[in-house]
Design a protein. Structure first.
Length: 153
């Protein structure tokens, strides 16, 4: 009788372990929750954007511009999309350093979920940082120079 109960408990334990492993396996790598937002940016309708706020950090000085022109908005969206953030996995991060730009996309009737923060080699958004080997900060600086030319000089 004791052997039967012990054997039954071993079988039950073994089945529980199998169920636990099979349940965990598909979810072993959590999907980056920011991917949905980056996919939305990739498919955004320019006419639905009220404005794009760009905050430029230049040393201790900070410059703020709101972009309303559709051609400029499109070029900014294209620049963000060129990074392919929707295909990357971000690393958990709670602080940002050496911020160059903050980009806030305001859609009609939709509160922006936060700023996309650009540094030299990374993009930060909602507790995740996406690292790049090349200097993406320069890419943004070259594109955004026309908005800040008169402010910096």
């Amino acid at each position: 009788m004791k052997k039967t109960i012990l054997f039954s408990l071993c079988i039950l334990c073994f089945i529980s372990i199998i169920v636990l492993i099979s349940y965990k396996k598909p979810n072993s790598k959590a999907q980056d929750v920011n991917k949905d937002y980056f996919n939305e940016i990739a498919n955004i309708n320019i006419d639905e954007i009220e404005g794009i706020e760009i905050i430029y950090h230049h040393g201790e000085r900070v410059f703020d511009k709101i972009i309303k022109d559709n051609n400029d908005k499109k070029s900014i969206i294209d620049l963000i999309n060129s990074l392919n953030l929707n295909t990357m996995e971000g690393n958990k991060c709670t602080n940002t350093n050496q911020v160059l730009y903050e980009i806030i996309i305001s859609e009609k009737g939709y509160y922006p979920p936060g700023a996309i923060i650009i540094s030299e080699h990374s993009v930060y958004f909602r507790d995740k940082e996406y690292y790049f080997n090349d200097d993406i900060g320069k890419k943004f600086k070259d594109s955004f120079a026309k908005f800040y030319k008169e402010d910096i000089n």
